[in-house]
Design a protein around this ligand. Sequence first.
Ligand code: URA
Length: 247
Amino acid sequence: MAAQRIDKLLAAAGCCSRREAAALAKQGAVAVDGAVCRDVSRRIDPERCRLTFRGQRVGYQEHVYLMLHKPLGVLSATEDREQKTVLDLLPRQYRTRGIFPVGRLDKETSGLLLLTDDGALGHALTSPRRRVDKVYHAVTDGVLTQEAVAAFAAGLELRDGTRCRPAVLNIRQIMDGTSDVLVTVQEGKYHQVRRMLAACHAPVLSLERLSEGAVRLDPALEPGQWRELTPQELEALRADAGEAGNG
Ligand code: URA
């Protein structure tokens, strides 16, 4: 494994921020192979050296990959002066390592949001060339018909003239003038699902993302809860990202 700066390793493990690391090391909080180390710019191989912080072994994980059940009312951003962001829902150990949301959900959309500090994978996953199914559950004001299903399948034109790729509209239930639907899209234009449904005269009342490629929102996660991806989920995600490179 390539050598890493000690302050980066400490931040990645959630011990402190990179800025705090320098001051704490000067106070003697950091040791490498049992010897106090006051220079956090020093590079060490975390698999060969024993790094400790306040006497505790510092573990090392190159990147983290999380799924969050994004609740309503929270921004898909890394920081905001006034409003709560999805990063505010994570423990400090993740925030200090520069994690970011992979793509966005609107503030008033809930459901599956992936987060990582792996810039290369995050970038590949948000590539416009990546054609991976994203499935949303929506409830709309207004009754959707087979005409809308056909328009989705043909590639809908939004009210501003934007053309969408073919998508799937699956009408599950019509009740009291509302429609309960599943929408599957392979792109991520701004407010895309809301705009597609509005173009069919059925504005969204609620919207939730259920899956992205092979990764499904874990039903055990309550809104606001998160977990690390399993190795199988990560493998599937990497396969999705690989497709973008070939697309
Ligand atoms: N489409 C939308 O309109 N909003 C989202 O948050 C995601 C997809």
